[in-house]
Design a protein around this ligand. Structure first.
Ligand SMILES: Nc1ncnc2c1ncn2[C@@H]1O[C@H](COP(=O)(O)OP(=O)(O)OP(=O)(O)O)[C@@H](O)[C@H]1O
Length: 235
């Protein structure tokens, strides 16, 4: 279970996250919606430890994440798929995947190979291109690589930031299929997405953020809640 209580974070003097409470159970996808600049990305980065919270607690199961370094948070089972995908230049597809493996210590080389092979079974396109530089992939393939790199760590909490941005509809469908698979495997997914209609198809619950606070919550499958969401976002 993920429990976020009274979370605040800042960039310097700018108070971005202004007291967020959020809970999620294993196997839930939580959609995080809101206009540009309201703090959605900052919320994900704060959970992942890239931005240090100034107040509040973040618990995943029994572990308190607030204040831990990003690498420690990854090892607890949190994976962030950032908006800019962060495919490392100069590294092949397989080397990018191997970086994801390094976050999870204690596996034998054989077990690591099995993990990569399983990822290749799921993402045959990445297998075909495994020796190619990651940055030479198409936008959609880079998004798959960014997600696959997180999946090799078998995360319990996956933070996905605007995955469909700039991608063709077929690839977007693929991205959301992966989100569903994560949910079905019992992971918690926090999904920030501008593409609200597409995202609602995979969202169990949602929150709307304004100026760093949750201003609306709802059930992704409830028609009234969805109507409230769409009117709050004016989409
Ligand atoms: N590194 C940074 N330093 C200072 N301010 C920042 C930094 N990153 C973001 N901000 C500011 O923090 C606020 C929240 O940004 P954030 O990226 O979290 O919003 P968002 O809701 O994800 O919006 P978007 O959809 O545009 O990505 C914005 O006003 C933004 O300009």
């Amino acid at each position: 279970m993920l429990t976020i209580s009274g979370l605040h974070s800042h960039y310097g003097l700018s108070h971005i996250i202004q007291g967020i409470d959020l809970q999620a159970e294993p196997g839930e996808v939580i959609g995080i919606f809101g206009r540009n600049g309201v703090g959605k990305t900052t919320l994900l980065k704060t959970i992942a430890g890239w931005v240090k919270p100034t107040e509040g607690t973040i618990r995943l199961g029994t572990v308190a994440l607030q204040g831990l370094e990003p690498n420690r948070i990854t090892r607890v089972g949190v994976g962030l798929v950032p908006e800019d995908r962060r495919i490392f230049p100069g590294l092949t597809v397989e080397e990018n995947l191997a970086l994801g493996l390094m976050q999870v210590r204690g596996r034998s080389p054989r077990a690591e190979r099995e993990v990569i092979d399983r990822i290749y079974d799921r993402f045959p396109r990445l297998k075909e291109r495994r020796r190619q530089l990651g940055t030479t992939l198409s936008g959609g393939e880079q998004q798959m690589l960014a997600m696959a790199r997180v999946l090799v760590g078998a995360p319990r909490l996956v933070l996905v930031d605007e995955p469909s941005e700039g991608l063709a509809p077929m690839i977007v469908a693929e991205v959301f299929a992966i989100v569903r698979e994560l949910r079905d495997s019992g992971a918690i997914v926090l999904l920030v997405e501008q593409n609200v209609h597409e995202a609602l198809a995979v969202t169990d619950r949602f929150v709307v953020i304004e100026r760093g606070r949750v201003v609306l919550t709802g059930d992704g499958e409830n028609a009234q809640d969805r109507a409230r969401l769409l009117s709050a976002l004016a989409v």
